[in-house]
Design a binder for this molecule. Sequence first.
Ligand code: UD1
Length: 431
Amino acid sequence: MDAIVVDGGRPLTGTVRVGGAKNSALKLMAAALLAPGVTTLRNVPDISDVAVMAQVLERLGAHVTRTDHTLTIDATTLTSHEAPYDLVVQMRASTCVLGALIGRVGRAHVAMPGGCNIGSRKVDIHIAGLEHLGVTISTEHGYIDASGPAHGARVALDFPSVGATENLLMASVLADGETVIDNAAREPEITDLAAMLNEMGASIAGAGTPTIMVTGVAALSAVDHTVVGDRIEAGTYLVAGALDSGPVTVTGFDPAHLDIVLQKLEHMGCLVVRSADAVTISREGPIRPVDIQTLPFPGFPTDLQAAFMALLSLADGGAVITENVFENRFIFADEIARMGADIRIDGHYALVRGVPALSGAPVRSPDLRGGAALVLAGLVAEGRTVVTDVHHIDRGYEGFVEKLRCLGAAVNRIDISDPDAAQSPSGGANA
Ligand code: UD1
């Protein structure tokens, strides 16, 4: 029953370092299943989604240990090919063991993930792609039952789905023959996965482009790999810097992975200074309204849509956000409206009319990214904001409160079942 309490209006300045990308680490953990032996993953964020994925791997017979930000995964012997519902329901991304299990043991029994609070999130593209590779799939009693082995083939995805591209990559690296994935996702996390698989001995070309070619190999071996920096975590802190005037420096990621986001921030009136693995943001004038349209990479990431909605809520005019990736990703709008934002939703469009100020309010995290965006809104709102359901934020942000406090924010995490804690000041860099 934790909540994050934010007292708005403290200036934000300083440097924050992001961790490894959640969306990469989870898939690299699954990829470790492909090699008998001990895989070492470095720069793994300490977040609850990683803990759930570790449990999934343990259920399959792997042994996972963590020391700080390093995970070792011993997948010498697998004892099961089932990812059960009780774990998949906690984290949809656990379905990425499907491709790895087909590659390693030729069988997988994985619970259907169902929908979630940002949309129905089907797996039809994963299933159609695997069937193209010759995998027999049935969906019964809430489970996807898959039997291989996979054989190389040409597969064209209906949509450049991140998860489907990853499952197909992992299913095809040990398949006989050549696989071509057309209309593949191009996210940096796909490139990171392909890089690790190639280090393991796979033969993958074209990752990061719409056409990925995989030549199957006989075996893979365990490696030591460092997870790519989290561009979405970085974008979150950059929006914090843009909401306030900064300067805020975010390190530990590749600015090229946020290119369109940084361009939007510049168009909104921010000064953005890029270096090899860091960006510094500051702003002097008002926030200028700029339209946003989410798209698969290299388009604007849907995972930063809510943070930008918070930013546009305080812009000097109106802007349209078009959500093209998930059908239900505007629930955040209802929560930030409680803080005085003026947002009108029509289908997958949101018209955000800037208001002069937001006012602190009790609000509820609708999902991972929406929860973080509510805390960002609280940083610049008048008075106190109390964000509940913070377990969503814990899924993807390590030390969120601590990192914001380092920037000077008056933010605190409290147990709301304790009435004394709810009344206490939220602290800050000097608290
Ligand atoms: C991943 C990321 C998520 C990010 C998303 C888009 C992880 C753990 N999560 O999710 O943070 O927001 O990419 O960048 O990496 N779809 C289908 N059928 C399918 C597969 C997908 O209709 O078989 C639809 C989904 O419902 C969604 C869209 O395609 O509307 C994008 O999904 P996808 O790219 O697969 O995202 P995820 O891999 O689930």
